[in-house]
Write a protein that binds this ligand. Structure first.
Ligand SMILES: NC(=O)C1=CN([C@@H]2O[C@H](COP(=O)(O)OP(=O)(O)OC[C@H]3O[C@@H](n4cnc5c(N)ncnc54)[C@H](O)[C@@H]3O)[C@@H](O)[C@H]2O)C=CC1
Ligand SMILES: O=C(CO)COP(=O)(O)O
Length: 343
């Protein structure tokens, strides 16, 4: 039994916390909204993120980071990418005062804007080694809406420290939540982040009323560009055939639960990004990752035509149908050119 602090009281944080309680751990969710925290403690619900779902009564919530972290032996980050650095700074300040040196786990999927850093890199920058145990990434095809119903789910845990990933595997595994270890942290994190951009494209293809051939094309060629970028950043190409690559790409590009897919679907139907994000009321990571992917594709000189088209629709107000048309008019390419440069 571990004492675990879960940072982020949204959809995924609440569901993972609930699963950890099911596994017998002593879990405290840290949230910034008083109302949400009170609802979890008093009603055992979190209706904004998980309507009609009853949470386990042993799940505790708090707005005090100090309470959440006290005596914790693991800290699970599940806030959106844009909040990772600021929350990590707060965690670091608290850990410096507390007699605890926890494992650091992240379930956040994204790349930091401007720095282009992966989540584990941001966490390593902000939380010194003296204050923590290794960093482990939890990722894979896993919609909160299905995990909360005990539907079968498989994930990967990645760390450069194999003992730490084994520990995290043991913490999360149960008869409906199966976890595989992986040593390729770069591949797992890059796959998790970039698939959200491709999922916006998959939603858009649906919104534009294209058929299944187009959806398969988008996913397959999307995986090719994710792999190209991942390999350029130091990943093992085989990781992209795994749970945090192909697995998460499939679930995010085909499920109505996906916020990224739904945002793309609405864009394809002609809705405005601002309205889409306001109506969603939840993190749509791919919108921000599209900007980072664009920056990285220039920096690393990697061809990412689908992500680039999505970037232009999101950030340059380009017409989505025209982008699809232009993509199909590009000169013929070979499928074997894995490492094709951008220009
Ligand atoms: N929802 C899902 O099924 C899954 C989500 N993820 C990833 O988990 C991460 C979190 O996503 P969700 O929980 O779905 O998002 P969400 O939008 O449902 O919840 C985000 C939570 O973070 C909190 N938050 C935002 N900024 C904060 C800050 N500065 N300080 C403290 N709290 C802050 C919000 O108040 C909210 O409680 C994302 O990176 C997402 O890609 C990964 C796998 C599955
Ligand atoms: O990462 C996810 C499923 O694995 C969640 O995807 P969305 O953020 O698009 O809902």
């Amino acid at each position: 039994m571990h004492k675990i602090a879960v940072l982020g009281s949204g959809s995924w944080g609440t569901v993972l916390a609930n699963l950890l309680v099911e596994n017998g751990h002593d879990v405290t969710v840290w949230g910034r909204a008083e109302k949400e925290v009170a609802e979890i403690n008093d009603q055992h619900t979190n209706t904004h993120y998980l309507p009609n779902i009853q949470l386990r009564s042993a799940l505790k919530a708090t707005t005090s980071l100090k309470i959440a972290l006290t005596n914790s032996d693991a800290v699970l980050f599940v806030v959106p990418t844009k909040a990772i650095r600021s929350v990590a700074k707060q965690v670091s300040a608290q850990l410096a005062k507390l007699q605890t040196k926890p494992l650091i786990i992240s379930a956040t999927k994204g790349l930091e804007q401007v720095t282009d850093l992966r989540i584990s890199e941001v966490l390593a920058e902000e939380i010194p080694v003296a204050l923590r145990q290794p960093i482990v990434i939890l990722s894979g095809p896993s919609h909160a809406e299905e995990v909360i119903k005990d539907d079968i789910t498989t994930l990967a845990v990645a760390s450069t420290d194999e003992l730490a990933s084994k520990q995290v595997q043991d913490i999360f595994m149960n008869d409906h939540f199966r976890v595989y270890t992986n040593t390729d942290v770069i591949g797992v994190e890059v796959g998790a982040a970039l698939k959200n951009v491709i999922a916006i494209g998959a939603g858009a293809v649906h919104g534009l009323d294209y058929g299944d051939n187009a959806k398969a094309a988008l996913m397959t060629r999307g995986l090719a560009e994710i792999t190209r970028m991942g390999v350029a950043l130091g990943a093992d190409p085989l990781t992209f055939s795994g749970l945090s690559g192909l697995g998460d790409l499939i679930v995010t590009c085909t499920s109505v639960h996906s916020r990224n897919w739904r945002a793309g679907d609405a864009l394809g139907q002609g809705k405005k990004l601002k309205d889409i994000l306001e109506n969603m009321g939840m993190a749509v990571e791919g919108v921000y990752t599209a900007k980072t992917a664009h920056d990285l594709s220039i920096k690393e000189n990697i061809d990412m035509p689908i992500s680039e088209a999505i970037y232009r629709v999101l950030y340059e107000d380009k017409d989505i149908q025209a982008e699809v048309n232009n993509m199909m008019k590009r000169k013929g390419k070979s499928e074997n050119e894995l490492m094709r440069p951008r220009f």
